[in-house]
Design a protein around this ligand. Structure first.
Ligand code: TRP
Length: 359
């Protein structure tokens, strides 16, 4: 039996952090055997809010960082496909066709789009940013994906993708499966206690931070602000230090003991943080080592992206042809080009004959 296709991915905006691991990478590693997986490095989506020449130059390192982070965490490039969105020409065309199958009011209502415009300090909505979900629909429908793991902020985009796929199938004939979304992992709080770890807020621990940097960041972490002394009972729930212990410390007996003593006012923040630093560095060590191994083979990551992009291009061209056939566009061009070509041939033959006669 052929496997169902899965597509998901990230914008290449910077190095990957623990929030990415908890929110998505962990799930991907788990799903890679069950599905035929496509991982997009969505640089065209990044352009909707970041598009200066400097931003574009940075895609080189950021795309590499996205790929190596996923690989170091366990994505196996022999079993899945990692590709660069901007190198898939068919997606640009699909984006245009799909733009006709949804409406401006439908897109304008999406909170995610308004949030992105606000975060990028844009006074007016760019046409491209409004079309962000349409472009995402093109990504998802390009390999005719069945399942799309996404975070909460992207669920509405998969909803739109489903509407567009239904609309296309109804209007032109069945080409696309209607993709389902899969709710991704947990949202990791930031080191500052903010709801979400995010590079733009600056509350991150990166997957490739060295052990000392991790220690420093954890030392500065937000905990229970009421606890000015170690003997004041503290709150564990919603406390980022304990949230990280839950995610990254496999020694549950140690974590339970720390929580109990924290609630009783019988442990200092320092001990809780020191143990967390050890746990997170233990978690990150094999990921760091894997990166060193991967990079010992110079050009390997680039080859993975190159081969993945070539593979994806084939499927994209195949789907685009299916779409154009279903729409009747290939028929239009075939008819015009056949007749036009025929007349041009005739003219060229006549000209050649006239040349011959003159000699
Ligand atoms: N929108 C995703 C993000 O927030 C990136 C992305 C682009 C994506 N195309 C996709 C995710 C297709 C899942 C499927 O970064």
């Amino acid at each position: 039996m052929t496997k169902k296709r899965l597509l998901t991915g990230d914008r290449p905006t910077g190095p990957m952090h623990l929030g990415h691991y908890v929110g998505s990478i962990k799930n991907r590693v788990r799903l890679q055997d069950e599905y035929e997986c496509y991982f997009i490095i969505a640089d065209l989506h990044m352009l909707t809010t970041k598009n200066t020449p400097e931003d574009i130059f940075d895609i080189r390192t950021n795309a590499y960082e996205v790929a190596i982070a996923n690989m170091a965490c366990g994505l196996d490039p022999n079993r899945c496909t990692i590709y660069l969105q901007s190198a898939i020409h068919a997606v640009y065309e699909m984006n245009l066709f799909f733009g006709n199958l949804t409406s401006v009011p439908r897109l304008s209502r999406l909170p995610s789009i308004k949030d992105m415009a606000r975060a990028a300090h844009l006074n007016e909505m760019p046409y491209g940013l409004l079309g962000y979900p349409v472009l995402q629909a093109a990504d998802i429908l390009m390999p005719r994906a069945h399942i799309v793991p996404v975070g909460k902020d992207n669920q509405a985009h998969v909803e739109i993708t489903r509407e567009i796929a239904r609309r296309f199938n109804f209007q032109y004939g069945d080409v696309f499966p209607i993709p389902d979304y899969l709710v991704e992992g947990d949202t990791l709080v930031g080191t500052d206690g903010d709801a979400k770890m995010s590079k733009s807020i600056g509350n991150t621990i990166y997957l490739f931070d060295d052990a000392k940097t991790v220690g420093k960041k954890i030392k500065g972490m937000y905990t229970d602000p009421k606890r000015v002394h170690a003997n004041i009972p503290g709150t564990v729930e919603g406390n980022p230090v304990f949230s990280y212990h839950d995610h990254f410390n496999p020694n549950t007996a140690e974590v339970d003991d720390l929580k109990r003593r924290y609630r009783e006012g019988a442990v200092g923040d320092v001990e809780v943080k020191e143990k967390l630093t050890i746990a997170i560095n233990n978690f990150l060590d094999p990921i760091r080592e894997r990166r060193v191994e991967i990079e010992a083979d110079s050009g390997y990551v680039e080859q993975v992206i190159y081969e993945g992009t070539m593979r994806t291009n084939q499927i994209a061209e195949e789907t685009l042809m299916m779409m154009k056939k279903a729409m009747g566009l290939t028929g239009v061009w075939n008819k015009i080009s056949r007749k036009g070509r025929k007349r041009l041939d005739k003219q060229q033959k006549a000209a050649a004959a006239a040349d011959g006669a003159q000699l």
